[in-house]
Design a binder for this molecule. Sequence first.
Ligand SMILES: *[C@@H]1O[C@H](CO)[C@@H](O)[C@H](O)[C@H]1NC(C)=O
Ligand SMILES: *[C@@H]1O[C@H](CO)[C@@H](O)[C@H](O)[C@H]1NC(C)=O
Ligand SMILES: *[C@@H]1O[C@H](CO)[C@@H](O)[C@H](O)[C@H]1NC(C)=O
Length: 321
Amino acid sequence: MKMVHVFSASNVFKFVFIILASIEQTAVVKSNPLCPSEYPKFGVPIYKGDIDMLQFAENLEHLEADFFLWSSLGYGLDKIAPELVMGGPPPIGAQKANLDFLTENIIREFAFQEVGHLRALKTTVGGFPRPLLNLSAENFANIFNEAFGYELVPPFDPYRNSLSYMLASYVVPYVGLVGYVGTNPKLIGYVSKRLLVGLMGVEAGQDAVIREYLYERAAKVVHPYNHTVAEFTIRISELRNRLARCGIKDEGIIVPPFLGAENRTVSNVLSADYNSLSYSRTPPEILRIVYGTGSECVPGGFFPKGGNGRIARQFLDKPSN
Ligand SMILES: *[C@@H]1O[C@H](CO)[C@@H](O)[C@H](O)[C@H]1NC(C)=O
Ligand SMILES: *[C@@H]1O[C@H](CO)[C@@H](O)[C@H](O)[C@H]1NC(C)=O
Ligand SMILES: *[C@@H]1O[C@H](CO)[C@@H](O)[C@H](O)[C@H]1NC(C)=O
């Protein structure tokens, strides 16, 4: 049989050598076969319609960046990465928080992660100036009064200590996370989707760290108030559900079993739906929450003059509903 003869030991060796050599050559020219490109061969990298949706996220990333930077370092994005501010006004009432060693390390890391997120977004899809942010203790105090339905005395101060700070932070990455989940199905470009899911992974991680910190202290009474940590989270989550006006998409760290995992837990370290999948929110829902007004057309809360970018601005040209 001629075939057998052709594939004698030495010929096979030569044949394999030629194939390996040619793979190596294309590897140098194209990409490393061990670590192939994560992107598909065909498709649109960034679809035109993706741009506004990804830019919308810059509003929340700005909020997180300056809140975490100021609280952990005592200064903000203007000093760390002025090119990302793009001429936006300085945040109102931002300040260093009185944090213990552990909390300060966590928040400083989150802060620098947000700087990276802003850089990734702005270099990929362009950006707009940082919107005016209200990070004053009074703004947080209003949110917590609203959550409890009466005026807390003394006013809630996020910068008072680590626990207060983590309770205030409970408000933030979660909204980013559910916003990313909501944006994902609408994106078309593969670069857009890769960016979004990369941002979402870290936001989810930040949210998990904050929630675990609070879960560990669930039964602790938040001095000087007569409410436990768990109660704070439940009230804040209820407030966000009320403001967003689209049902339950936000749950405290202790829940009735029907909101727990598979109806079997009352612990709720992670907030998730019937199948333990992350909830999702649309831009209008997010704006209703971060404006604190229940309307995407009425700015306030963290964004006294509203968010920037086409999606947030389009609601501000319309009359309030
Ligand atoms: C910031 O929030 C506080 C509390 O709601 C408010 O009194 C203050 O006027 C706000 N600042 C701006 C510029 O909107
Ligand atoms: C604190 O809350 C508990 C339980 O809700 C209640 O029994 C108690 O009277 C409250 N104490 C004060 C000082 O409000
Ligand atoms: C949990 O219980 C409710 C009834 O209380 C039921 O409708 C639902 O299907 C249950 N969920 C799961 C995941 O089994």
